[in-house]
Ligand binder design. Structure first.
Ligand SMILES: Nc1ncnc2c1ncn2[C@@H]1O[C@H](COP(=O)(O)OP(=O)(O)O)[C@@H](O)[C@H]1O
Ligand SMILES: O=C(OP(=O)(O)O)[C@H](O)COP(=O)(O)O
Length: 395
């Protein structure tokens, strides 16, 4: 991030500072039900408050139509939670760049905070519309991007507006990028990467990129069945992507050429249907019944994976090992989560998405070195893709 100015370089006193945060949080019955992303943005917000800035926060929440206000996507619950976390009042504008936002931004005093309504209520946000960028820029005198979770989007608030105001990276943005690129550039070895989730097609670029960096690659989740097919095994009715078998086979060859140890399941928990109350059977990967589907890695596999994880100096994990949302198929993911948590000597990095949900579900979050707030963003970064939200901050 050498070519990016950071919030520490911003003389914020008395300035209206427009801060892009990722407050895309889950909301249930009008209440924010997981404030992880809000907490993650606090260091930047608190620093600006302490310095006497007039803080204007902007974010999206969910994927509204872009045709105006929709109650279920309002940012009000996030603003309320922020106010509780800060222990001070937070103003809320019922629009994003309209009269209420303009008036409330102008009325801010030093050290006060305003949250704007959901950026995506205006369809110009996702289009990175130049006029919308201008209207956003008019609200502030400096711009800070702390929305790592949305850094892979080239939208008005993450990209366009950065060219119109002095632009800085917030602490979360810095920390996320430094941790993830540091892991890729200079991992302590052995470096064990664990990839799961549903599809090979979604993760192929990440698998490919990590293959160039890691010493051991562990594969689980629905996507392992496409790899098992590539090894000539029968996988019954398990999730499989026939079109990706050849790519999976190429990955197996690449691992061999590179000397990367690629670990695939040796046993799986099979079910007769995709349901919590399914009849289940744990079998060797050589004996998957034709009429059953694998929904979790088996206990022998979990042991094998845990052992590799225990020896790692760096662990990167993205994607569950099985259908962990259902109790009957959560054991593999839980075993991996516990093994990562138990490795207290290594750097353990959780790469967003469902693996974060799993770590939280098993109450292991505080035992990980780093948990990314971005699913898509961390995957794109690991894949070696430039993040528009980061690029836009470059001088
Ligand atoms: N064996 C499996 N068969 C079907 N779905 C699976 C299997 N293992 C994991 N999954 C599902 O994959 C989903 C997560 O996949 P994905 O969205 O690719 O991961 P992430 O969000 O971590 O990137 C979870 O909802 C989980 O239930
Ligand atoms: O939650 C987000 O991404 P993630 O689910 O990939 O972590 C970000 O807020 C981006 O949201 P978007 O995918 O609707 O652009």
């Amino acid at each position: 991030m050498a070519d990016i100015a950071t919030v520490d370089q911003l003389d914020a006193r008395g300035k209206r500072v427009l801060v892009r945060v990722d407050f895309n949080v889950p909301v249930a019955d009008g209440v924010c039900s997981d404030d992880t992303r809000i907490r993650a943005a606090l260091p930047t917000i608190e620093k600006l408050i302490d310095e006497g800035a007039r803080v204007i926060l902007m974010s999206h929440l969910g994927r509204p139509s872009g045709e105006g206000f929709e109650e279920k996507f309002t940012l009000r619950p996030a603003a309320l939670r922020l106010s509780e976390l800060l222990g001070r009042p937070v103003a809320f504008a019922s629009d994003t760049v309209g009269p209420d936002a303009q008036a409330k931004a102008a009325a801010l005093q030093d050290g006060q905070v305003l949250v704007l309504e959901n950026l995506r209520f205006d369809k110009r946000e996702k289009k990175n519309d130049p006029e919308f960028c201008q209207e956003l820029a008019k609200l502030g005198e400096a711009y800070v991007n702390d929305a790592f979770g949305t850094a892979h989007r080239a939208h008005a608030s993450t990209a366009g507006v950065a060219a119109l105001l002095p632009a800085y990276a917030g602490y979360l943005m810095q920390n996320e990028v430094a941790t993830l690129t540091g892991m890729l550039d200079e991992p302590r070895r052995p470096f064990v990467a664990i990839l799961g989730g549903s599809k090979v097609s979604d993760k192929i670029k990440v698998i490919d990129a990590l293959m160039d960096k890691c010493d051991t690659l562990i594969i689980g989740g629905g996507m392992c069945f496409t790899f098992l097919l590539a090894q000539g095994k029968q996988v019954g009715t398990s999730l499989k992507e026939e079109d990706w078998v050849e790519r999976a086979a190429a990955m197996l060859r690449k691992a061999e050429e590179r000397g990367v140890k690629l670990l695939l399941p040796v046993d799986v928990v099979c079910a007769d249907k995709f349901a919590e109350d399914a009849n289940t059977k744990t079998v060797s990967v050589d004996d998957v019944p034709a009429d059953m589907m694998g929904l979790d890695v088996g206990p022998e596999t979990a042991k094998l994976y845990a052992q590799a994880i225990s020896q790692a100096a760096t662990v990167f994990w993205n994607g569950p090992m099985g259908v962990f949302e259902m109790e009957a198929f959560a054991a593999g993911t839980k075993a991996v989560a516990e093994a990562v948590a138990e490795n207290q000597l290594g750097d353990t990095i959780i790469g967003g998405g469902d693996s974060v949900a799993a770590v939280n579900k098993f109450d292991l979050a505080d035992r990980m070195t780093f948990i990314s707030t971005g699913g898509g963003a961390s995957m794109e970064l690991v894949q070696g893709e430039a993040l528009p939200g980061v690029e836009a901050l470059k001088r």
